[in-house]
Ligand binder design. Structure first.
Ligand SMILES: O=C(O)CCC(=O)C(=O)O
Length: 300
């Protein structure tokens, strides 16, 4: 019996490959996340280039800090870290997969008002194939996500289709070539909602998001989770105690469940492994517009 989702929400997730669940976080929880994030952005003034924690927009300057991503937020602040075991999020994942759920990793994408970067179409599964596909990314909406501020866009039902080519020039590049794949991107639907809602998208679902051209921020904290018996094909854990410490519900198992899933390995690895933005920047074929920062550079 589901404990958080309704059966129709579960059916929707299974049919579409994505779902928005409103009001999972309280206004106080959202406010705490925003405060911590503002502090991170303030500290980025000390930087002129990316580091272990920050991925910066091309137009970042110490005077005008522009953070594109906070990497591994759960390891870098306890407020983000506590959210990994948020009872609402864990209950939702148990409703989708059963009792045994393991965390993987996280990132915070800050799509700032007026310039926040687009993310080209891709399937997370292309980055981290597993032995079965009970994997999803949970997005915590720290701001209202509306059409104008670059919400996640998904192609409904694509989690049941093929794994697409995410290579360019013989290397993994983390994006599909919109000109060379048989996907009708006009079918995309946005995952919109009020701050405190969460998005869940299946690891095989094709998704992306456009530039934020609005005057409203769109900060989305993304956590990756998997069923405990979904084992990674690319980087098998070598420290089983550390791997089991990632369990957020139920019990671990040493018996991976093998499912009949399409796999295409992300090899050879991307040139700039670790930054989807930097890799996607070099693509010959892009679907989404990029920020026009010419006026900004002229003024500096
Ligand atoms: O933040 C977004 O809109 C896209 C997130 C995403 O798919 C990613 O970072 O891999």
């Amino acid at each position: 019996m589901p404990t958080y989702l309704t059966q129709s929400q579960i059916d929707e997730y299974n049919a579409v490959g994505g779902l928005v669940v409103p009001n999972v976080l309280s206004p106080a929880e959202v406010a705490a996340l925003r405060d911590v994030t503002d502090e991170f952005v303030e500290r980025s003034r000390a930087l002129t280039t990316h580091d272990e924690v920050y991925d910066l927009e091309d137009s970042h300057t110490p005077a005008q800090p522009r953070v594109r991503r906070i990497k591994h937020p759960h390891l870098n602040h306890p407020t983000y870290g506590a959210l990994v075991r948020h009872p609402g999020i864990v209950a939702i994942l148990r409703d989708l997969w059963g009792p045994n759920v393991r965390f993987d990793t996280g990132k915070l994408n800050l799509k700032s008002a007026g310039f926040g970067a687009a993310v080209e179409w891709h399937q997370d599964w292309a980055f981290y194939p597993h032995t079965n596909d009970d994997l999803a990314a949970v997005g915590v909406m720290m701001d209202d996500m509306e059409l104008a501020n670059g919400p996640l866009l998904i192609i409904p039902g694509s989690h049941k289709g093929p794994i697409h080519d995410h290579h360019a020039n013989g290397r993994f590049c983390g994006a599909m070539n919109p000109a060379a794949c048989d996907v009708d991107f006009s079918k995309a639907v946005p995952l919109t909602g009020a701050a405190g809602s969460i998005t869940i998208h299946h690891a095989r679902t094709i998704h992306g998001s456009a530039l934020n051209t609005s005057n409203k921020d769109r900060r989305l904290l993304l956590f990756q989770f998997r069923a405990a018996d979904a084992w990674p094909l690319m980087t098998p854990p070598n420290d089983i105690a550390a791997y089991d410490a990632l369990m957020v519900a139920g019990t671990s198992s040493l018996e991976p469940r093998l499912a009949d899933v399409p796999v295409r390995l992300p090899l050879p690895p991307a040139d700039k492994a670790g930054s989807i933005y930097e890799n996607q920047k070099g693509l010959a074929h892009r679907y989404f517009a990029v920020a026009d920062t010419s006026a900004l550079h002229a003024a500096q």
